[in-house]
Design a protein around this ligand. Structure first.
Ligand code: KG4
Ligand code: ZN
Length: 356
């Protein structure tokens, strides 16, 4: 029963988890998270220097808590995993150095994990998730992508955002509406009572050089501008801002665009299984719209459990175990961190000599 201690510090959540693989199923034995959101909220976004310092303070205690909660001792752990790319370089360094140090100290292999591979693996923590092939809609603060995953773990990107990621759009629109950071949960809360069709908003499309539109690519910057113009118009008319209707209309158009293009992509690929992961996958409107539309078209949907949509260490453990399941996956203890690294090249994290 392979068991790993996993660490995550790539952005503004410090996290540690113990995850095991038994009879092909992943189980989270412990998962601890310390969010820095409140501290960054007053700056309106993540301040990298503050993030690194808070990770240094929080991570040792989180590791202790996770180990205690799992009831395991070091001789029952097979490996140490940590996110090493992509993310904020200084923040990534904390889990990378801590993970490699613990691995060396206890004589265990170190498994460096690509953060997005972690998000992709988070669905393995959902009840009854089937194996690939499937198309994954990855919607986080930094990425909006459609990725085809094969049974052997190979990944191919089929669609992406050309400007803002969906989560970034939530964060920017929340700021515009004065709703605070992070924007996703704030918009969701205000939108509950809102009229989802009151404000017609654009479904940003990407033109193709030969005419027509890219079927699965996204653009959210036009939507952000449309929200700004709508707010300006309402303010010029001296009307109080109908925050609930604005938030609900925005949330619904984002959900509609993500759902329509993802389901088209699944159909064009000749598949009938869609997976949804990442921070924005926590959005109730998106989860409901996706489930209803997919069901109507006979497509199976697996969504990461709510607790593992936003950044956490359990998903990093799941990605490490999935690598181990497919064969040897050991990173060099000399490996560092990389602020940018393509998901398609994540196998390089197990190369000797290491790529960075
Ligand atoms: O996956 P994540 O925790 O971090 C990245 O790897 O980016 O995603 C964070 C993003 C933020 O933009 C946040 O506003 C968004 O996920 N988010 C949500 C919700 N919860 C978090 N967006 C919409 N609805 C939510 N409930
Ligand atoms: Zn993330």
């Amino acid at each position: 029963m392979p068991t790993v201690l996993a660490l995550e510090t790539s952005c503004d959540e410090s996290a540690a988890a113990v995850v095991c693989l038994a009879e092909g199923k992943m189980a989270v034995l412990a998962s601890t998270i310390a969010s820095q959101v409140e501290e960054h909220a007053r700056w309106g976004g993540v301040v990298p220097e503050i993030a690194s310092r808070r990770h240094v303070e929080a991570l040792p205690g989180l590791i202790d808590q996770a180990l205690k909660a799992s009831g395991l001792s070091w001789d029952q752990l097979d490996a140490v995993a940590a996110t090493i790319a992509p993310g904020l370089a200084g923040a990534l360094m904390v889990a990378s150095v801590t993970g490699r140090t613990l691995a060396a100290l206890h004589g265990r292999p170190f498994i460096g994990v690509h953060h997005l591979e972690g998000h992709l693996a988070s669905v393995r923590l959902a009840e009854g998730c089937q194996d690939p092939p499937y198309v994954v809609l990855l919607v986080s603060g930094g990425h909006t992508e459609l990725i085809r995953v094969e049974p052997d773990g190979a990944m191919r990107r089929l669609g992406r955002s050309h400007d803002d990621a969906a989560g970034e759009a939530f964060d920017k629109v929340a700021r515009l509406l004065g709703l605070g950071y992070p924007g996703g949960p704030a918009i969701q809360e205000v939108a509950v009572e809102g009229d989802r069709r009151r404000f017609p908003l654009p479904k940003g499309r990407i033109s193709l050089p030969g005419g027509g539109f890219h079927p699965y690519d996204f653009s959210f910057s036009g939507l952000k501008t449309a929200m700004l113009r709508t707010v300006e118009r309402l303010q010029a008319d001296r009307e109080p801002l109908p925050l609930a209707d604005l938030a609900a209309s925005f949330e619904q158009v984002v959900a509609d665009v993500l759902v329509e293009r993802s389901l088209r992509c699944v159909a064009d690929e000749g598949l009938n299984h869609l997976v949804m992961v990442g921070g924005v996958a926590a959005n109730t409107c998106l989860r409901r719209t996706m489930q209803a539309q997919a069901e109507a078209r006979g497509v199976a949907v697996s969504i990461a459990p709510l607790a593992y949509c936003t950044d956490n260490a359990a998903m990093i453990g799941a990605a490490a175990l999935a690598r181990l399941q497919r064969g040897a996956a050991v990173s060099s203890l000399e490996i560092g961190v990389s602020a940018r690294w393509p998901l398609e090249q994540s196998t390089d994290l197990y190369a000797f000599p290491p790529p960075f």
